[in-house]
Design a protein around this ligand. Structure first.
Ligand SMILES: [Zn+2]
Length: 183
C-alpha cells in the first residue's frame, strides 16, 4: 500500500493513522514524516507537539539518531513550543554535539565511513554550530550560514519564507547517506 500524498498535507488524525500503520505503507519515510511536522501549515503548535511526541513513542531510536543525521530537523522538533534564550539554545546544541559523538562511538562507525562529514569550524569561537558534525560541502560545513542573530529562525513561529527555504535546502543536502548504517 502507498500513502501517495505528501506528509505536509496531512492533518493530525491522518498522521496518527500512518504512524500506527507505517509497516503497511511501502512509501512511509520516517525522516520525511519528522521533517514535515514543522513545515505543515495545517497544524497548529499543539498539533505539532502531539504528533512529534506520538511519533517518538514509535521511532524514538531513529529520532535520536537524527542528531547526527539531520541535526537541524532534530533541533527544530525538540524546540517546538519552547521559549528558549540564546543560552538555552546553545545548551541544546552542545548536547546535540555530545550525543553525536556518543552515537558514533556506540555504533562503532569508523571515521572512514564518516568521511563525508566533518565538524563545523567557521572560525567564530562563539558559533553555536562549532564542533557540530555536518556533511562536507553543505552550507553549515562551509560556515556560510549563521542564525545567531536571527533568533526566530528556528522557532515555531515567525518563520520567513527565506529561512524556510534555506532550511529545506539544508535538509536536502544532509541527505540519507547514513541510512545504510542504521535500521
Ligand atoms: Zn559557525
Amino acid at each position: 500500500m502507498k500513502i501517495g500524498k505528501q506528509f505536509n498535507t496531512l492533518n493530525t488524525s491522518e498522521y496518527i493513522h500512518y504512524i500506527d500503520n507505517y509497516k503497511k505503507y511501502t512509501d512511509f519515510n520516517t525522516l520525511g514524516l519528522y521533517r514535515s511536522i514543522c513545515e505543515n501549515d495545517k497544524l497548529n503548535l499543539a498539533d505539532k507537539i502531539q504528533i512529534r511526541d506520538y511519533a517518538n513513542k514509535v521511532f524514538e531510536k531513529t529520532f535520536n539518531f537524527y542528531q547526527l543525521k539531520d541535526p537541524l530537523t532534530y533541533f527544530n522538533l525538540i524546540s517546538l513550543g519552547e521559549e528558549m534564550t540564546v543560552a538555552d539554545e546553545s545548551k541544546v546544541w552542545d548536547d546535540i554535539k555530545k550525543n553525536q559523538e556518543k552515537i558514533l562511538t556506540d555504533k562503532k562507525i569508523k571515521h572512514r565511513n564518516f568521511g563525508d562529514y566533518s565538524k563545523h569550524n567557521c572560525g567564530y569561537d562563539d558559533c553555536r554550530y562549532k564542533g557540530l558534525m555536518i556533511r562536507q560541502g553543505s552550507a553549515l560545513a562551509e560556515g556560510s550560514m549563521h542564525f545567531n542573530s536571527d533568533k526566530d529562525s528556528f522557532g515555531a513561529t515567525n518563520k520567513s519564507k527565506r529561512v524556510k527555504k534555506q532550511r529545506k535546502n539544508i535538509s536536502k543536502i544532509i541527505n540519507d547517506e547514513l541510512d545504510d548504517l542504521i535500521l
